[in-house]
Design a protein around this ligand. Structure first.
Ligand code: 13P
Length: 256
């Protein structure tokens, strides 16, 4: 991966035809930018992405994957199916899945292991709630999530892991973490990876921030040390705003 990474999490919003329109508007605005760009879409939109993003610099992925290999799991989608349709990545452990679908770290760990079998990058979302932050639990929460979600993984497998620090209180709230809070969390993540693996692994792992990142605040986060990019929710639904955010991040003049 390049140093600069931007991933859009479009959540449960666009239909397949809306996704096609989004891609048609979005790709021309970002095609020359020096940044790894991906969008994570609902399963029903993956086929559209496969066609419309062919030969472009925008990758696509899913927002979830089954923890199971194959078989009688009605309604599930496995890593093999995602790989076959061209997914390079999937989100795992997003806080909305933890909250509404009771996902736990052990399940997320199984999802990551399934993805590894099919060479799919897992974008592992972690982060504390407001209550946990106020109680001074941020470090413990982040480290526990990393320890349990990465349990049993070998160092070389971290090449297929991206860690997204998404404090729950900053998601969809318009309340971003401060640069200092993000830098502290990124340092905690890298320290924990160094403790679990090696300094080399800690240096190399890709770490993103997500939570109310917008074109008008992204410049506040550009210089955060050891941060590789952003996981963007709401803004990634709007081709113009999302491309603007990426242009600002990579330091290009914004094309209006
Ligand atoms: P918002 O950018 O809408 O706050 O969402 C962040 C997010 O949940 C990305 O996964």
């Amino acid at each position: 991966m390049l140093n600069k990474v931007i991933i859009g999490n479009q959540k449960m919003n666009l239909t397949a035809s809306q996704t096609r329109k989004f891609i048609n508007a979005f790709v021309p605005m970002v095609e020359h930018l020096n940044c790894d760009i991906a969008i994570c879409v609902p399963y029903t939109n993956l086929a559209v992405c496969k066609r419309a993003l062919k030969d472009t610099n925008v990758a696509f992925g899913a927002q979830n994957v089954s923890e199971f290999e194959k078989g009688a799991y009605t309604g599930e989608i496995n890593s093999e199916m995602l790989a076959d349709i061209g997914c390079k990545l999937t989100l795992v452990g997003h806080s909305e899945r933890r909250k509404y679908f009771s996902e736990h770290n052990s399940e997320i760990n199984s999802k990551i292991k399934q993805n590894l079998k099919y060479n799919i990058t897992s974008v592992l979302c972690i982060g504390e709630s407001k209550r946990e932050r106020t109680a001074g639990q941020t470090r413990n929460v982040i480290c526990k999530q990393l320890d349990e979600c990465l349990s049993g993984l070998y160092e070389n497998e971290l090449e297929n892991i991206v860690v997204a620090y998404e404090p729950i209180w900053a998601i969809g709230t318009g309340q971003t973490a401060t640069g200092k809070q993000i830098e502290e969390a990124v340092n905690i993540i890298r320290e924990e990876i160094a403790r679990l693996y090696t300094d080399k692994a800690s240096k190399n792992i890709v770490v993103l921030y997500g939570g109310s990142v917008k074109p008008d605040n992204v410049k506040n986060f550009i210089n955060i040390k050891n941060l590789n990019g952003f996981l963007v929710g709401g803004v990634s639904l709007d081709a113009k705003a999302f491309s603007e955010l990426i242009q600002i991040y990579v330091g290009k003049p914004v094309k209006k």
